[in-house]
Design a binder for this molecule. Structure first.
Ligand SMILES: NC(=O)c1ccc[n+]([C@@H]2O[C@H](COP(=O)([O-])OP(=O)(O)OC[C@H]3O[C@@H](n4cnc5c(N)ncnc54)[C@H](OP(=O)(O)O)[C@@H]3O)[C@@H](O)[C@H]2O)c1
Length: 299
């Protein structure tokens, strides 16, 4: 039996948290925190790689503050582009596998049909440009897996689902953007897909490369919020605002610093066909996390 060493970066983030669980059956995980290794410090990263000698590097660390990236492009580029480049170079020297996560924000959103992996990229903001540069660096290395996704949520961390739940408990009215489409994805779902795909790759099934991973179906942020509050109410969460009192607005009203793609729906046929997977409907993940949050609050 091969006992693989897995180095997990960003383990305290949404996805990292879920990966720490899903990857546990695949090998021995080392998951340094920011305090143990500052990923802005290339010397510290190289020393970490030297010390841990991983068979597989899973990079769930990123600069994910989309609006703040407009003010701090160098920080976003360093974490989202230079770090993956350094990891790919190091993996190239040792033959380790490199797993990396990409974003739907590499697309312009001007398309009207789901994006496939071969569609042209054209990021609208600094975060998207930094993520694309990272993807390109990782794609230059043969033993890589890039999973491109969007609208990630988890029961912990900063995400839309938790923000809406918090506000709906405090406010009687909410306004939510209705002109951006995508699919909400639970971190647990992406982490489960990662483990399945890695296991296949290690048994020479499937092929390395870039894959879209996204739940089935799509909605707007408004549709997502309505479903979320309906689901939360159904499970007994006390709310001051319900789906009926959410007001749909256009993204122009919100006027955020970074532009977002209006259409960020990802075609997942390549992933499903290559690795024999079925994508669950996005509503399932939302429902599961609502129940997780309620269970956590009750305990
Ligand atoms: N969130 C989304 O909606 C979304 C959508 C599409 C793609 N993605 C991609 O999915 C991946 C995971 O995203 P996520 O939502 O899980 O991110 P997240 O919750 O923001 O977590 C990012 C992780 O990176 C770590 N990190 C940041 N700067 C660091 C530094 N200097 N040194 C060490 N660690 C550092 C953070 O550490 P701390 O915990 O110490 O801060 C955190 O653990 C990323 O590649 C992201 O681009 C996310």
């Amino acid at each position: 039996m091969v006992r693989r060493r897995i180095l997990l970066l960003g383990s305290r983030g949404q996805l990292g948290h879920a990966l720490a669980r899903s990857l546990a059956p695949l090998g021995e995980i080392t998951a340094p925190t920011r305090e143990q290794c500052d990923l802005y410090d290339p010397g510290a990263v190289l020393r970490l790689l030297e010390r841990t000698r991983p068979d597989c590097i899973v990079n769930a660390a990123a600069y994910t503050a989309v609006d703040a990236a407009e003010h701090h492009p160098a920080l976003a580029m360093q974490l989202n582009a230079s770090l993956p480049a350094l990891l790919a170079e190091a993996a190239g020297r040792t033959g380790a596998w490199l797993v990396h996560y990409s974003s739907d924000y590499v697309y312009s959103g001007r398309q009207a049909t789901p994006y496939t992996e071969t569609d042209a990229t054209e990021p609208l903001n600094t975060y998207g440009r930094s993520k694309l540069a990272g993807d390109q660096a990782v794609a230059g290395y043969s033993r890589h897996l890039i999973l491109r996704t969007g609208w990630v949520f988890h029961r912990f961390g900063a995400n839309f689902l938790r923000t809406i739940l918090r506000r709906a408990r405090q406010q009687t009215r909410l306004q939510v953007v209705d002109d951006q489409l995508g699919a909400p994805n639970s971190a647990e779902f992406i982490a489960a897909v990662t483990a399945h795909v890695l296991r296949d790759l290690w048994r020479d099934l499937g092929a390395p490369g870039l894959y879209h991973v996204a739940s089935q179906g799509h909605t707007s942020w408004y549709g997502y919020a309505c479903h979320l509050l309906t689901e939360a109410g159904r499970h007994g969460l006390a709310l001051r605002c319900s789906a009926d009192t959410i007001q749909p607005i256009s993204s122009q009203v919100l006027s955020r610093l970074a532009s977002r793609p209006a259409y960020a729906v990802l075609d997942t046929a390549r992933l499903c066909d290559t690795f024999d997977l079925v994508m669950p409907p996005w509503q399932l993940g939302v429902s599961q996390v609502v129940q997780d949050i309620l269970r956590l609050e009750a305990s």
